[in-house]
Design a protein around this ligand. Structure first.
Ligand SMILES: C[S@@+](CC[C@H](N)C(=O)[O-])C[C@H]1O[C@@H](n2cnc3c(N)ncnc32)[C@H](O)[C@@H]1O
Length: 208
């Protein structure tokens, strides 16, 4: 399947990276998927389309995001929220009347899969202890990019991943966020689990 952008912004913007990402998911063919860091929901929509194609109604997508413009997250590596294309700005402001980086807008983008999705608003440094997730087959970590958050996201993912599940981390090679790489390396050492680097961009843990 080809990765589509749905007239929105996504961190998998280079075409080949989006396609490669879908290929990695297709190889594992999961029925349950957790994405940490949903942003405009473009990856979410692509993943839902892929799982729907593979499993019909029998899949679950869970997405977590702060969906917040709060100054507390100013240091975060959130992709720019403004569009370069004025048509997109016009479309969201005057036609959709939505902020594309909002729960409402992402629910709208995923409305076709209403029965299969669960969107959770919150900071993963605070909310994990209250979540009751388990046996997730594929987890994509692309939320907060500081060391502490990525480490915490990895440790939680390790608790809820299913047998033979996959944890994929984005931005292994992002020079503005070196904490991502350090958190992945430390997690790998502490848990004694190897990972592989895919296309210099993703770090992939295949669990047993
Ligand atoms: C790089 S974007 C995600 C892009 C998206 N996965 C995609 O492929 O288009 C990172 C997202 O993580 C969210 N985020 C940052 N820190 C977070 C935290 N501590 N808990 C939950 N979400 C967080 C931001 O709001 C932002 O939407």
């Amino acid at each position: 399947m080809k990765y589509k952008k749905y007239f929105r912004k996504t961190s998998l913007k280079q075409k080949n990276i989006g396609d490669l990402f879908l290929k990695l998911i297709q190889e594992k063919n999961p029925r349950s998927f957790l994405e940490i860091g949903v942003f405009h929901g473009v990856t979410a929509r692509n993943v839902c389309e892929l799982m729907f194609k593979n499993h019909g109604e029998q899949f679950e997508y869970i997405g977590i995001d702060i969906f917040s413009d709060s100054k507390n997250y100013d240091k975060e590596v959130v992709p720019s929220k403004t569009f370069n294309n004025p048509f997109k700005t016009f479309y969201f402001r005057f036609i959709k009347r939505q902020n594309p980086y909002s729960l409402v807008a992402v629910e709208d983008l995923l409305s076709k899969f209403k029965k299969n999705i669960k969107l959770i608003v919150g900071d993963t440094n605070k909310i994990f202890e209250n979540l009751k997730l388990k046996n997730i087959e594929f987890i994509f970590i692309d939320g907060g990019h500081d060391y502490k958050t990525v480490k915490n996201d990895l440790e939680y993912s390790y608790k809820i991943i299913s047998k033979n599940g996959t944890i994929l981390c984005d931005d292994w090679n992002l020079s503005q966020a070196l904490g991502v790489r350090k958190a992945i390396e430390d997690f790998s050492k502490e848990k004694n689990i190897n990972f592989k680097i895919v296309h210099e961009r993703f770090a992939q843990f295949n669990l047993f």
